[in-house]
Design a protein around this ligand. Structure first.
Ligand SMILES: [Zn+2]
Length: 104
């Protein structure tokens, strides 16, 4: 289960499954208890907006639906989608790319 929470808010990720496969975006929100993430511009769903006043036209808005965290991979600047590893740097544990060792 620990694997789920390596991804954090503001990480650049690539979607690896589903209709938006190959799309990249930043993590807007991590929903820990559900194991889901919201990625900017990805997994858009149309949502009907209610009319709130006489002037309001209502209409359709596109919102980002949460994605299962296992359907996204972090993107390394050097090698693209990768898995996250950890490295101990002095007293700190830092996240690194498993392929090239670059800090993420
Ligand atoms: Zn890398």
């Amino acid at each position: 289960m620990e694997v789920k929470f390596k991804i954090r808010k503001d990480d650049m990720v690539e979607i690896i499954a589903g209709k938006d496969k190959g799309k990249r975006g930043n993590v807007v929100r991590v929903i820990r208890d559900k194991g889901r993430v919201i990625v900017s511009g990805a997994n858009l769903v149309k949502k009907a907006m209610k009319k709130r006043s006489q002037q309001d036209q209502g209409g359709i808005a596109e919102i980002e639906a949460p994605l299962n965290i296992s359907n996204v991979m972090i993107v390394c600047k050097k090698c693209g989608p990768t898995r996250i590893g950890y490295k101990i740097d002095g007293e700190k544990k830092i996240r690194v790319c498993r392929k090239c060792g670059e800090a993420l």
